[in-house]
Design a protein around this ligand. Sequence first.
Ligand code: SF4
Ligand code: SF4
Length: 255
Amino acid sequence: MVDINRRLLLKAAGISAFGTIFPSVGYLISAHAQEVISKNTAPSAKRWAMLMDISKCPAGCRDCIDACHGIHNVPLINEPGQEIRWIQKVPFSNAFPSQENPYSDISLKKREPVIMCNHCSNPPCVRVCPTQATFKRKDGIVMMDYHRCIGCRFCIAACPYGARSMNFRNPRPYIGSINPDFPTRTKGVVEKCNFCEERLAVGLPPACVAACRHKALIFGDLLAGESEIRTILRNNNAFRRRPELGTEPHVFYTG
Ligand code: SF4
Ligand code: SF4
């Protein structure tokens, strides 16, 4: 449970610092955030990444979504603007609007890529967070510290991929079966995909990857030259969502 007084204190401190340092909400960086970013971009042993072969994902399959949302206590709220999503399937044209044209392969148009946080190497969400509630680890995972989140939603505004969700209400009543091994969140806290860092820590693959019977999702270390993901990326034309923004997304797509 988040200590409300602590969050209010952080909120006051964060907003006041933000107002001083940031002349407007944009992509300017506070000195402290800059330090956090530079510390966490030092060379590391791993750089985790995800790859999806869109052609292997059958229409209607939701195994990855159910696995992820089940294990992470993601509430099921079916009201527009209130939904919480760590991973979702969207029409190809929504995920890759600039990749489609009127003459595109019809089968391409019917595909539904799964989208999630891209664990960007240059994450704008991290830069705008006034309390460092979101931060990037050396292995590339962009994390949330739920206890530091003050619900300002600057990160939601900054993320160009819509990868973050806000708990506008207490999510607990909307969780079918609570997994006691993963924290539930509270009203006023932002959440998103964490690349299953809690599973990686004990040697398990991400839940969505483990749940996919069609082997459409591949996860691995880009710095390991012979890893499966590295080999696929070396031998195939892969693409990413909105690479022109310079965010360096680390979820790749083929198919
Ligand atoms: S996809 Fe969005 S939330 Fe995830 S790291 Fe990139 S900017 Fe941040
Ligand atoms: S990597 Fe983990 S947290 Fe991210 S979408 Fe897959 S199952 Fe969910």
